[in-house]
Design a protein around this ligand. Structure first.
Ligand code: BES
Ligand code: MN
Ligand code: ZN
Length: 460
């Protein structure tokens, strides 16, 4: 599905109206229109819509309520809530939005047009928007398209999005952009010294694999993306209860997000050398599954006491990050649905990120706000390092007590990164639990548009 703006010649104007400007807006209408609007009870509440007919009964003008600042600060992409209330047709935003609001509104409209109809036809959004003048339509369409790719990958259930299918999607994206892609699969992972990826994925029917994509000029500044690709997370022998396992098709959300980000980077032809690494596995249960208490070797040489087979994400990422770190990237980005603790701390809508680079953190926070792509910094708190040190191995993947679970998981990952100039890790939820404007229930892109903006700032 391709999110596109309308290119129609004729369109219906939308006037966006703040609650405080309602009286003035009403005064500008002719008497019949004013009466029509007042009779309908239009009060310019956020998301409220008044459809004003022409003399022949066709739709002449739309008034769209914009509420007040307090109402708007409680969410984002509000304009999609307006789009959803409009009948089929082509529209333009005629007045009422500030320049920064216009961009968010236009993007919201595109993002709201998403449908996951692989398995069943779904009703579509029938109102189309003309891209507001001054905005880069192609850029916004690309951002929406990348989000759709991420959503599709996450929404596709594990029976159709196992390690093999994720590899196929990975290769398809590489081919689309002329990138080089390769995979190390099954026992070759042992040969190539990626033992943790093999350990986690070996019990599944589809072999574990490390997917690797390289794009761009070899001598350009180096950006590497690493995404958690656990296609389904049963928890392993430390099996998840049914309610927690239910959503675990989304455990490749990190991979889905880095692929969306990679799609934007390559489409824009940014001047950098991009590498994308995805450990693609299923955390399954079988006679050969890894066990609680196993002490596991890693690519980096650190030994890991596996104290919970459900802390599998940090294991597969450890090897992928160690590999990524070997070519000293200028920026190393990790995205993963890593811990339930991140959701407990900040909820589904606000992923935490971790970095030691203060100026990068500020850049990310600013971009997150500007791009309407919420992110919040959490600390690599050194005081908790001892929690990931079990005694008889170098590292513990599942500290007892689970205090600061997202922080200790992040600290665990950082042990595998030494050479990267800057490192940032995102603990994503990857899912919208109940539909919000422009964010349908299901798989979610998080942090990718903000990071695209940051990458453009850094690599120019
Ligand atoms: N994939 C889960 C984390 C997760 C759960 C993300 C629910 C989003 C929603 C991860 O593999 C996991 O199970 N983590 C454990 C780690 C624990 C055993 C140390 C967790 O967070 O409970
Ligand atoms: Mn798990
Ligand atoms: Zn997991």
């Amino acid at each position: 599905m391709q999110p596109r703006f309308s290119t129609a010649e004729k369109s219906i104007p939308i006037h966006v109206i703040e609650q405080s400007a309602l009286a003035q807006a009403l005064r500008q209408l002719d008497a019949p229109a004013r009466r029509w609007v007042e009779t309908g009870g239009f009060a310019a509440k956020l998301g409220q819509v008044a459809l004003i007919p022409a003399a022949d009964g066709s739709l002449r003008t739309v008034l769209a309520g914009w509420g007040d600042l307090t109402a708007r600060q409680r969410g984002w992409f509000h304009f999609a809530g307006i789009a959803a209330k409009l009948p089929e047709g082509d529209y333009r935003i005629e007045s009422g939005l500030k320049p920064n609001e216009l961009k968010e509104a236009a993007l919201a409209w595109l993002l709201a047009s998403y449908r996951f109809d692989k398995y069943k036809e779904q009703p579509g959004q029938s109102a189309r928007l003309i891209c507001p003048p001054g905005l880069d339509a192609t850029r916004l369409e690309l951002e929406a398209e990348a989000s759709f790719l991420t959503r599709d990958l996450i929404n596709t259930p594990a029976n159709d999005m196992g390690p093999q299918a994720l590899e196929a999607s990975f290769f398809a994206l590489a081919k689309q952009h002329g990138a080089k892609a390769s995979a190390i699969t099954g026992n070759d992972l042992l040969q190539e010294n990626l033992p943790l990826i093999h350990t986690v994925g070996r019990a599944a029917a589809q072999a574990p694999r490390l997917l690797d994509m390289i794009w761009g000029a070899p001598d350009a500044p180096r950006l590497t993306l690493v995404g958690k690709g656990v296609c389904f997370d049963t928890g392993g022998l430390n099996i998840k209860p049914g309610a927690s396992m239910g959503l675990m098709k989304k455990d490749m959300g990190g991979a889905a997000n880095v692929l969306g980000l990679a799609h934007m980077i390559m489409s824009l032809g940014l001047p950098l050398r991009l590498r994308v690494l995805v450990p693609a596995v299923e955390n399954a249960i079988s006679a050969n599954a890894f066990r609680p208490g196993d002490i596991l070797p890693s690519r980096k040489g650190l030994t890991v006491e596996n104290n919970n087979t459900d802390a599998e994400g940090r294991l597969v990422l450890a090897d992928a990050l160690a590999l990524a770190d070997e070519d000293s990237p200028d920026l190393l980005i990790c995205m993963a649905t890593l811990t339930g603790a991140a959701r407990v701390a900040l909820g589904a809508d606000l992923p935490p990120f971790y970095t030691d680079d203060g100026s990068l953190a500020h850049q990310i926070a600013r971009a997150a706000k500007r791009e309407a792509d919420p992110l919040w910094r959490m600390p690599f708190w050194p005081g908790y390092e001892r929690q990931i040190e079990p005694g008889i191995a170098d590292l513990d993947n599942a500290p007892k007590g689970g205090m600061a679970g997202s922080v200790t998981a992040a600290l665990f990952l950082r042990r595998f990164v030494e050479n990267a100039r800057r490192f940032v890790h995102f603990d994503l939820y990857g899912w919208v639990p109940e539909a919000r404007p422009a964010r349908p229930k299901g798989g979610a892109a998080q942090g990718t548009r903000a990071m695209l903006a940051v990458i453009e700032e850094i690599f120019g």
